[in-house]
Design a protein around this ligand. Sequence first.
Ligand code: ADP
Ligand code: MG
Length: 692
Amino acid sequence: MEYLTGISAQRGDLLRKELNIFCFKDLLEHYPIRHIDKTKIDKIKSLAHDTEYTQVAGVLTDMEVIGEKQGRRLVAHLKDDTGVIELVWFQGISWVQKILVPGQQYLVFGKLGFFIGRPQISHPEIENYTPQKASGKAYLEPIYPTTEKLKAKWLNGRAMGKFTFELLQKLTEKDLPENLPEPVVRKYKLIKRYDAFRHIHFPASAQHYQHALRRLKFEEFFLAQLRIQLIRLNRQRFSKGLVFEKVGSLFNDFYKNHLPFELTNAQKNVLKEIRKDIGSGHQMNRLLQGDVGSGKTMVALLTMLIAADNGFQSVLMAPTEILAQQHFNSISELLDGLPVTVSLLTGSTSAKNRKPVLKACEDGSLNILIGTHAIIEDKVVFKNLGLAVVDEQHKFGVAQRAMLWKKNTIPPHILVMTATPIPRTLALTAYGDLDYSVIDELPPGRKPITTVHRSETARPQVMDFIKEQISLGRQAYIIYPLIEESDKLDYENLMKGFEEVKSFFPEPKYWISMVHGKQPPEQKETNMQRFVQGDTQILVGTTVIEVGVNVPNASVMLIESAEKFGLSQLHQLRGRVGRGAEQSFCVLLTGYKLSNDARERLKIMVASNDGFKIAEKDLEIRGPGEMEGTRQSGVLNFKLASIVHDKTMLEAARAAAEHIIATDPELESSENLPLKAFLQQQKGKTLWSKIA
Ligand code: ADP
Ligand code: MG
């Protein structure tokens, strides 16, 4: 690294620390944020309020430090033949003072602002200026992302380009050989890899830049897709799986005599996909997506019955105690009268109750264990675990799920169910190595939930509305934000809210239960149960009730400070109502002042009941890095490509990768050899790993 001109050991060190640039490849992949046409110099007089960035040239007329303490700043003026622009620095004042000389000509670039109607640039990039003879040819100069520390060492957004330029001069086409198979390059009309690296940094024209960008984005998507599909293929080919060959009497008896409803077609299809997996002799690793209320649990239960029919044990792992308890209750009820044993194990199971459960797991007498992450602890040993169902997948870490694998010599089949849908592009990238099923249909007879957004002033009317619903025999949820269970302020708001709700709904006419994460589990459970049984009409709570809770008689979901919730969380919460025969309502209560993002989220919630649409919007608003479950995975760190903006390209790259894996999985044909060589060279750096 250091052997590029101008990169001293000290600067090399800074590049590593500040930008993670360790080697030439990192420098090459440190792409410009934009290019500016260096020959294009704006006239100061012509600068308008809608100009975002500007480049001006002229004489530095004066320079002075003004203000004190926080307000201390260096102010200079630059004059061209049409006007004057102000330049301001709040930091690094002394070195700027050392470098700039009034009376000299400078070329200045930066983000344009206006201060009392006068144009201004703060912390501009500045360099000496010698008016060039106009060559008539545009020169697009790259501007790179940089940091304050680097700027202080003269490694500003422009200087970085000098290194890249020098590096590119030294590299030949042999150093950056084509890595994509020739037919792919041809089919998708991609420019050569070597050319792409040159033009992404120093394009001869805007069009050259676009071609380079397209090629490199495609490469990012393609290589990522190829890697995950190879992982998937290897799993399918080499991982040994338990074989559940028959559908036996438990399944059949339940299906014929105990199933309380007809399965939807979507449920039937998913069940078929699962049956194919578990009979194949390879381990199933399936992600099951479906909207809130689409009936994922029933699919899981039926699969667990097939496991039992084949002599295997199953676990169903839920993210919260309440949900585990609820699964246990409803599944026990459904299986009543059938020769299947079901137990519950959570963190709050007493030592006394725990013992027989652990024993039954170990001696194989237990068929189905339902619980929280308590069931993956080492103490829980199974005789022959054949299936692990993970409900509401995003609450579990990758590492926790990996522990499930070790519960049997041949790893159990894994079925992961999401809380709300995941956008397709995200599923293809973050979970692309899993097989993937979708329940895209709700059970018949569901009435769409009416969602409204109300502000604080409408609170009395909202409360009256809840009274009206209660008088019709229904129940209501009132949810407060308590995103982090440790957040003190949120906790106080919840308590205040509870008191306020009590004043609107006085005992003994109304009964209210409250659940939140700070309660001991038994208390949480008792309070929850009172609501489930209809002893209380109102449940005041936090998002601990978010996942899975099922009370068909509840018809109102009131969400306090709804602006503080993310879209998928709002949709999850809303999914707690609309489970019975009655029309249900979701009220999003907020203050008046809302950020644009929050306003957008609320608008989407009011407009749509469709979890798949909402997930897409969520991804657009928040970006992939913020989506649940992907935060630590590092699999979405594309440098150029975006799963939000380049959807079509992702599909194309995926198709290309699929085709190669289908026709030449070992990458042995001559056209795929360069690709194979490239992948081998990259090995060890891969961030992909088994997700479940
Ligand atoms: P989710 O997919 O959100 O986990 P659940 O599995 O909790 O949804 O199912 C929601 C409700 O729908 C439950 O009360 C369940 O019994 C019911 N249900 C599931 N499948 C059907 C079906 N095919 N027809 C009618 N009701 C169904
Ligand atoms: Mg569920």
